[in-house]
Design a protein around this ligand. Structure first.
Ligand code: APR
Ligand code: PHB
Length: 394
């Protein structure tokens, strides 16, 4: 088999890259280790920046998102027992975010690929990438018990944090930057109406909590937990009680509880590798970087990586120019570090850290107080939350 680009991974990065390349007439095959159902079973964040919404529209998969997604013009910060609204629209000159689950984005991209007859090979085992430091890379894998080989011009490593692509780069050629946080998020999904129309990010002496949603009848809630906690220790009743203790009196009263349909604990991590290009191998999305979920930048960053990568690859294949691929890593990393900085800052501001004591708590509350009463500070938060423009600073 031969194609122009082998994309490893059918998460949002790989699927969106596939759609952008197909639109430009560049051939690509996606190889995915898991089954389609497994990929669709993952539950991740659900806040899309305008840039991501525009990209989904650009590839023609935005219709359901515009029908079912919820446009949010603000969110609440809850601290010292009170809620304060960050009015994104007023602070950013009319910008907002789209609340629409990553799972749904993935489904829309998968359906579109199928409708267009584009190749995605699910349950591809033992994917290995070869000779990516040359002009003739190739990829091998097994599927349905048979070995396969695909020759190509470029490989896109869209295979997430635990993927094979980053792991195939010699250690001496790659630099890792990592920060692991001493807590996780316990999240539940439940078919109950959301506690409020918009998201609530809560800072309390018990730790962080987040009230989010997937629709008018489905809610997504999180509370901060120690890394040593196991999900089995958290009955639904215990979760709801804990969440309630993080809320203000009005939200406590409005909160509707019910059986969870998903419950899991996710650790928080900041992670970046540099560079993101190695010859004809290009990393994108979680394969190259992880942000903690506070602020929901993960999917948005993956989307802008693949936008930059598609531009670079289209220049390479259509215009026969290497300028784009030569600048890919530098261009991406600038945006990545801005989002890393924001996600780290918002995480640090909102969570309880083991050594912070009452002094640390008071300083967080003072910063939050400054944030909601200083227009300059709120604007900075809002500008980052809705997402910086694609060509910011270029
Ligand atoms: N071979 C083939 N596929 C692989 C391999 C492998 N060796 N290893 C991993 N994969 C697949 C995974 O099964 C997964 O479907 O790569 C895909 C990677 O998808 P994600 O982890 O979702 O990463 P990405 O597409 O970069 O999405 C960006 O945004 O909200 C954040 O972290 C969140 O997933 C999210 C991310
Ligand atoms: C979510 O809905 O899962 C979500 C929303 C906002 C975040 C993180 C997660 O910052």
């Amino acid at each position: 088999m031969r194609t122009q680009v082998v994309i490893v991974g059918a998460g949002p990065s790989g699927l969106l890259l596939g759609a952008l390349l197909a639109k430009a007439g560049v051939d690509a095959i996606i190889l995915e280790r898991q089954s389609e159902e497994y990929v669709l079973g993952r539950i991740r964040a659900g806040v899309l920046e305008q840039v991501t919404v525009d990209l989904l529209d650009e590839v023609g998969v935005g219709a359901r998102m515009h029908r079912e997604g919820m446009v949010h013009g603000g969110f609440d910060l809850l601290f010292a027992g009170q809620r304060h609204r960050i009015d994104l629209q007023t602070l950013t000159g009319g910008k907002s975010v789209m609340v629409y689950g990553q799972t749904e984005v993935t489904r829309d991209l998968m359906d579109d690929r199928k409708a267009k007859g584009l190749t995605t090979l699910y349950e591809a085992d033992n994917v290995q990438i070869h000779q990516f430091d040359s002009a003739n890379p190739y990829v091998t894998f097994e599927r349905l018990g048979k070995p396969h080989r695909i020759d190509c011009d470029a490989i896109a490593g869209c295979d997430g944090f635990h993927g094979v692509c980053r792991a195939s780069v010699p250690k001496s050629a790659i630099q890792e930057h990592e920060k692991v946080y001493p807590f996780g998020w316990l999240g539940i999904l439940a078919d109950v109406p959301p506690v409020a129309h918009e998201l609530i990010y809560a800072n309390t002496e018990r730790g962080f909590a987040l009230c989010s949603m997937r629709s008018a009848t489905r809610s997504r809630y999180y509370v901060q937990v120690p890394l040593t906690d196991r999900v089995e220790q958290w009955s639904d009743e215990r979760f709801w009680e804990e969440l309630r203790l993080h809320l203000d009196p009005q939200a406590r009263e409005t909160l509707v509880t019910g059986p969870s349909i998903e419950k899991s604990i996710a650790p928080l991590r900041s992670f970046v590798v540099e560079p993101m290009r190695f010859g004809r191998l290009f990393l994108a999305g979680d394969a190259a970087h992880i942000v903690p979920p506070t602020g929901a930048k993960g999917l948005n960053l993956a989307a802008t990586d693949v936008k930059y990568l598609s531009q670079a690859l289209i220049e390479f294949f259509v215009d026969k120019s290497e300028v784009g691929i030569d600048h890919y890593s530098q261009r991406c990393l600038r945006r990545v570090w801005r989002a890393e900085r924001f996600s780290w800052w918002f995480t640090s501001l909102m969570h309880q850290f083991p050594d912070m004591g009452s002094f640390g708590q008071k300083v967080q509350e003072a910063e939050l107080d400054y944030l909601v009463y200083s227009e300059a500070a709120s604007r900075s938060l809002a500008e980052n939350y809705v997402g910086l423009p694609l060509n910011f600073g270029e």
